[in-house]
Design a protein around this ligand. Sequence first.
Ligand code: P5A
Length: 440
Amino acid sequence: MRLSRYFLPILREVPKEADIVSHRLMLRAGMIRQESAGIYAWLPLGLKVLNKICNIIREEQNRTGAVELLMPTIQSADLWRESGRYDDYGKEMLRIKDRHERDMLFGPTNEEMITEIVRGSVKSYKSLPLNLYHIQWKFRDEVRPRFGVYRSREFLMKDAYSFDLDAEGARHSYNKMFVAYLRTFARMGLKAIPMVADTGPIGGNLSHEFIILASTGESEVFCHGDYLEKAPPPADVNFDDAAAMQALVDDWTTLYAATEEKHDTAAFAAIPAERQMAARGIEVGHIFYFGTKYSEPFNAKVLGPDGAEKLLHMGSYGIGPSRLVAAMIEASHDEQGIIWPDAVAPFQVGILNLKVGDSAVDAACADLYAKLTMAGVEVLYDDTDERAGSKFATADLIGLPWQILVGPKSLADGKVELKRRVDGSRELVTPAEAFERLKG
Ligand code: P5A
């Protein structure tokens, strides 16, 4: 992509309305724009990162055998009357009337709808286990939307719903999502700690929140310091092996870790003092097992192997991709701007033309741009007529992991500068060497 043809509305001023660094940087880097309180437009650079996060989530969900579908954002109130949550949900639910005066709502979550879908078409235990997920916008009319997309009213959620014949099967489904979440967050370069959590309006009695430690986190959390050193499960873990899944979950839940609502001061005090961590955390995922809470009012049953009808056992599993964009910036930035891990960077490489109009510099940039693009590398080529200083600032602000600085002086010696965003280190190399290093 040539920057001169892209849409990247960079802000040079620090926006006054933004209280935390991720919100400031997302506005300054032209990733999002507020349209109303807690409602944001995703501009091209922000959307690229959001899509990469969704793809990692999707790959890890698919690996477990979960199947993607897409449910609508607008739901009928009748569905929610069936579960009894229409009144319970209160003011957080955005209620709408259509032209026929029918009560509709903008979905805050989809337990009701998915139960209704499965009830209509799954009749036998032979179709189980089943895990269906979608990645769809949600709306919650939060009392205090704040910190940009970190706590917004409209936000993206990956929500998965599992269906099993009995509690044992449902536990296996829960464990599979637990393990998939560990892998998902690790692939984004995040250390997410599973913590015993409250179930709130979703319900049930088994629940874990996946929390990233960050000083700007909204909740207070308590855990054993060893969590920060644990390695995530490997890619070839066998999700169908129930015992292996349980062993992994046991391994990740024996050390103490709890959110404020579930905090047990005695258990925390039993951790060696130097390993006790009381910190602030950002919730990036939340998983629930709630048995027959929804299948009962919806009368969602299947025939078991013995020919008897049985209520489905269910769980639901959420990740907030839009919140994750903010969380990743909270975890990885410096004075100059965002530092994207390679896995979610909007572009892998920036080419900075430091003297537009100089024919040798223009030709070297165009050549590198063409070759890298052909090799499948995502490149943002800064071919604008901005000053060099402003180009450096932009590339650092938007966090491109690699930058190739092409100026007349070095080029006269046959060299360009290769800069690594994470540590600012620079190296003089030939354009051919730069290509070799970055092509893969
Ligand atoms: C689980 C999936 C649920 O709604 N039902 C379907 C269950 N869980 S949850 O914890 O309420 O939300 C799941 C994740 O969504 C993100 N999230 C938000 N992100 C941005 N702004 C918000 N206002 C917001 N609310 C929830 C979080 O990442 C949460 O873990």
